[in-house]
Design a protein around this ligand. Structure first.
Ligand code: NFE
Length: 478
């Protein structure tokens, strides 16, 4: 029998994720199984509700990327209405979304990934941790931990900046069919500029140098964790002149292409659903079937023209010609940091274009009687799609495909593993009792499985086990 390693839960990710890998006799991963342990049934909850409820309910899918859900949902609803938002509304939405992106990318590096590479504080929740291949110690480690703490404050600044226009964060209030209901004053715009100055200073003086340092110390990780080599994005940050900061598109084995949503299919042979496999989300179905024979996850397997794609900052940067076409742990970390710098620079220009005291909201009182619409945008982790159907002014069908659903997807009906599974396969695990290589690969994708519901075994409860097989003892402190 193959030697297996199971990490459950994978810590420092959003949501509840499990990974199981099989090792061959040389300690290389020969098979990988990503399991999303959550099912929330949001899509069925939305049925028969007012279509605009989806703007707020889908934000509750996740506290990390709610702005992107609100934008995907409002885009679908405005397409259903045939409504085009004003230039100021477009701008204000991009300002809110970029504030969320900035805090999210900083979150990923300092608070979710960095502890895989340094000696962290010998405190709960950082300790016990894996003790293998830690190359950053002593003063360098302490410096990075100092920046970890500063990053907490900086993320707050980015959130507060977004909240000025959003009404509140993380779950925003001002984004509605018709535009953005918040009209900023000149004083508030200046306040946002002050927040951005602090965040930009941190990106330039800490985040970028720290990433440069990490990628230098762990340069071998430019060869570890390679994804499928296909990249997809829906594009993000609409600008008032009709352009987008990051264009959507595809790179398929080096060849550029556009994205046609009708070519997306979701397969469920290995997922806990009894609904038909291979449906396009416009006619998608979500019928849970926990424990289905052969299934191992709540995530479906989205594919474009039956191909596996990697999504996220690396995909966006490659598709936009702003990063070399490579895929690895360090390429993902580096591309995310470089994207952060670009977003902060663009945001500075957007703040200059905000017009104080001018409304960006046109009141619309009723949804259409019947419509089919799509809202596509990129969330921080990649392409996000909301498919909406309206009948009798109510939502009759709603399907969401999140970026992590693509990246952490299981095998499809052709038994082809998902992007993260492919990135794990072939990896050499030096010490199976401390499989830090697996965590580094998983974290580089910044997965979030918050898009589904906790399944609780009443006798076991949740999160009681932290298991690394074959032989590290379970945690007993939680
Ligand atoms: Ni919950 Fe999200 C992003 C979306 S990932 S963080 O980015 O959509 O599936």
């Amino acid at each position: 029998m193959a030697n297996t390693i199971t990490l459950d839960p994978v810590t420092r990710v959003e949501g509840h994720l499990k990974v199981k890998v099989e090792l061959d006799s040389d300690n290389r991963v020969s098979a990988a199984y990503m399991t999303g342990n959550l099912f929330r049934d949001m899509e069925n909850i939305l049925k028969n509700r007012h279509p605009w409820d989806s703007i707020h309910i889908t934000q509750r899918i996740c506290g990390v990327c709610p702005v992107s859900h609100s934008i995907a949902s409002v885009k679908a609803n405005e397409q259903a209405l045939g409504f085009t938002p004003s230039e100021q509304a477009v701008l204000r939405r991009s300002v809110i979304q970029s504030g969320n992106y900035l805090q999210d990318h900083i979150l990923h590096f300092y608070h979710l990934s960095l502890m895989d590479y340094i000696v962290g504080p010998q405190l709960n929740p950082w300790s016990p941790g894996f003790e293998s291949d830690i190359r950053i110690t002593g003063a360098d480690s302490e410096r990075l931990i100092g920046n970890y703490v500063e990053a907490l404050k900086v993320r707050r600044q980015a959130q507060e900046m977004a909240a000025i226009l959003a009404g509140r964060v993380p779950h925003v209030m001002s984004i509605a069919p018709g535009g953005v209901t918040m009209t900023p004053s000149a004083e508030q715009i200046n306040q946002m500029k002050d927040y951005l100055a602090t965040v930009t200073e941190f990106i330039q003086s800490k985040y970028l140098p720290d990433v440069e340092y990490l990628t230098g110390v762990y340069s071998d990780y430019f060869e570890i964790g390679k994804g499928p080599g296909n990249f997809l994005s829906f594009g993000v940050f609409d600008q008032p002149d009709g352009s987008v900061l990051f264009e959507g598109g595809r790179k398929t084995k080096g060849v550029s292409g556009s994205v046609n949503p009708s070519q997306i299919r979701e397969y469920v042979q290995y997922s806990y659903y009894s609904s038909p496999s291979g449906l396009n989300p416009a006619t998608g179905q979500t019928t849970p079937s926990y424990g289905k024979n052969g299934a191992y996850t709540w995530l479906k397997a989205p594919r474009y023209e039956n191909q596996v794609y990697e999504l996220g900052p690396l995909a966006r940067m490659i598709i936009n010609g702003q990063y070399r076409e490579k895929t690895s742990v360090m390429d993902r970390i580096k591309a995310r940091a470089l994207e952060t710098e670009k977003i902060a620079a663009a945001l500075s220009g957007w703040l200059d274009q905000l017009v104080p005291g001018v409304s960006s909201y046109e009141k619309i009182t009723t949804p259409p009687t019947t419509a089919n619409a799509i809202g596509l945008v990129d969330a921080p982790r990649g392409a996000l799609g909301h498919w909406l159907s309206i009948k009798n002014k109510k939502t009759s069908s709603y399907q969401v495909i999140t970026p992590t659903c693509w990246n952490a997807s299981p095998k499809d009906d052709n038994a082809v593993p998902g992007a993260m599974e492919q990135a794990l396969i072939g990896t050499y695990v030096a010490n199976p009792e401390h499989p830090v290589e697996l965590l580094r690969i998983i974290h580089s994708f910044d997965p979030c499985t918050g898009c589904a519901v906790h399944v609780i075994s009443p006798d076991k409860g949740i999160d009681k086990e932290f298991t690394v097989t074959p032989s590290v003892a379970p945690r007993t402190d939680r």
